[in-house]
Every structure is written in structure tokens, then in C-alpha cells.
Design a protein around this ligand. Structure first.
Ligand code: COA
Length: 261
């Protein structure tokens, strides 16, 4: 099924117990806008209550997984509060009871990376790149990443990725624990699909239970962190540094933060 939104699409299909959700807005590198976040939240919530769906597989289109939040939206239609579509999506993905598999087929930026921290199995094409440029945009990290990244890789490596905001390759993503397996570019979808099928064949109730137990000691703290980061993120969206960074992106130039202390 294609969920046609006024600006960007989400393509979903269901087969063998697997709900595949594909971001499909290639002309904007699959940047996620409000309508896409709403559609994603709807699909994740539907998956949770639909018995026939046992696994959710997330992927992108063409050469891109997702370039993250639509930066034009940050200017024209910023999230107004923690009940806005992006937060509905973050709640849905971070509380999903069913296993999430991601196939990162290309560029992943911003929430395109932080959503992977909520997935259970992540496969990346060898050519995929990853970047969390929240600080470089005058913003702050989101989606629970300040809790999940240091847990996963230790403070120094998390700080390097978040404070410097540089792009890194699939090999590094594997080394720091964001990715389970790096696949040859042409083999990614077949491998991710096969893993999703293998997972869908497992006893579903036991899979859900194991997932819940894996998150038991930090689930509540994760929701608090997402909410606190969200409040600070909304605040930073109104900062002069963010205004300069977003203007620079639109004008296709490097931002200049030298006048801000
Ligand atoms: N929001 C809105 N538009 C975006 C976007 C985003 N996050 N990412 C890319 N686009 C748009 C570009 O503005 C461009 O639009 P145009 O053709 O109308 O000018 C189009 O998508 C193609 O992007 P382009 O930058 O030319 O592609 P690229 O292959 O050179 O680079 C990226 C791809 C993803 C590395 C680069 O676009 C980028 O850094 N985007 C911003 C990512 C980001 O900061 N996300 C938010 C994090 S909070």
C-alpha cells in the first residue's frame, strides 16, 4: 500500500508476517515531514495491535535511508509541543512491542540514525553513511540518543559522534554497535528480508517477551530522556545558532557560528 501524502510518501506492504515500511521521498533524500511522521506513527501503532504482523522492517528508497527531519519544516512548521507528529513517531518506535528490523540502504542522518537505536536488528549496505549533526545545527540530540548511545558504546565514542556531528561509514556503525551486519550493497535487502523472515518464524510471544525484558531496566528512563531532550530541542529550534544553521542549509553554504558565545 502506498500512503500518498501531499509531500512525500510512505510505502507499506505486508507479507509472511512482515510489515515493510519504506520511506519514499527521494527528491528530498527521504527527509521526514510532519505528514510522514504521522503516517509512520499510525503504521507502527497499527502493527502493534495487528496479530498477523510479527515483524516490522524499515527501509528507504534509492540511495537514501533518510536525511532526517525535514529542515524546511523546522523553519516553516516546527513541532509545537511534545504531542506533535515527530513525538508520536518517537513514542511509537521506542515503545513498539514487536521486533523492528532496519535495512539502511544509503545515507542516514539525524533521526534517520537515532531511529535505528530503537530497532532490534540493523543491517547496513557497505556504502551507507551515518551522521547525527544535531549540535552542528545549533540543536541538541534527540530520540533518547543521549541515553542509548553512551550505553551502547561508552561516553567518549558517543560524545565524538554527537559533539562533532561528522559523517561515518557502515564499518564504524558496526564497530560502535549501531549496526549488526554490513552487507554488500546489492545484497542488503535480501539479507534483511531473510533475517526478518527468520524472526517472524520464531514464537511471537517469546520474541515480544524477550524484547520487553531486554529493555526492562531502562524503558522508563528512556521515555523521560526522550521527553527532556524533546523540550530542549524545541527550545533550541528558536536559538540564533539554529536560525543560522538552517538558513545556511537553505542557502547551500557553511554556517558561521563565530558571533555566538
Ligand atoms: N530536509 C529538507 N530537505 C532536504 C534534507 C532535509 N533533511 N536533506 C536533503 N534535502 C533536500 C536538499 O535541500 C535538496 O533539495 P533541492 O534539490 O530542492 O535543493 C535535495 O534534498 C537533495 O539534497 P542534496 O543536499 O543535494 O543531496 P546530497 O546527496 O548532496 O546530500 C545529504 C545528501 C542528506 C547528506 C544532505 O542533503 C544533508 O546533509 N541534508 C541535511 C541533513 C540534516 O541535517 N538532517 C536533519 C538532522 S536533525
Amino acid at each position: 500500500m502506498t500512503i500518498n501524502l501531499s509531500n512525500g510518501t510512505i510505502i507499506t506492504s505486508e507479507q509472511d508476517g512482515i510489515l515493510t515500511i519504506r520511506f519514499d521521498r527521494p527528491e528530498k533524500k527521504n527527509a521526514l515531514n510532519r505528514a510522514m511522521y504521522s503516517a509512520l506513527a499510525d503504521e507502527l501503532e497499527r502493527a502493534d495491535r495487528t496479530d498477523s504482523i510479527r515483524v516490522i522492517l524499515l527501509t528507504g528508497s534509492q540511495d537514501c535511508f533518510s536525511s532526517g527531519n525535514d529542515l524546511a519544516d523546522f523553519i516553516m512548521a516546527p513541532p509545537e509541543g511534545t504531542d506533535s507528529p515527530v513525538f508520536r513517531f518517537l513514542t511509537a518506535i521506542s515503545t513498539a512491542r514487536k521486533p523492528l528490523v532496519a535495512a539502511v540502504n544509503g545515507t542516514a542522518v539525524g533521526v534517520g540514525v537515532t531511529m535505528l537505536l530503537h530497532c532490534d536488528l540493523v543491517y547496513a549496505a557497505a556504502g551507507a553513511t551515518f551522521q547525527m549533526p544535531f549540535v552542528s545545527l545549533g540543536l541538541c540530540p534527540e530520540a533518547g540518543s543521549t541515553l542509548l548511545l553512551p550505553r551502547m558504546m561508552g561516553h567518549q565514542r558517543a560524545a565524538e559522534l554527537l559533539l562533532m556531528g561528522e559523517s561515518f561509514g557502515a564499518g564504524t556503525a558496526r564497530e560502535v554497535g549501531i549496526v549488526n551486519q554490513v552487507c554488500k550493497d546489492g545484497e542488503l535487502m535480501a539479507i534483511a528480508r531473510a533475517k526478518a523472515e527468520q524472526l517472524a518464524a520464531q514464537p511471537a510471544a517469546s520474541v515480544r517477551l524477550a524484547k520487553a525484558l531486554l529493555k526492562r531496566d531502562y524503558g522508563a528512563e528512556l521515555q523521560e530522556t526522550i521527553a527532556e531532550e524533546g523540550r530542549l530541542f524545541l527550545d533550541r529550534l528558536g536559538s540564533p545558532e539554529a536560525a543560522e544553521a538552517l538558513k545556511a542549509f537553505m542557502e547551500k553554504r557553511k554556517p558561521d557560528f563565530s558571533r555566538f558565545s
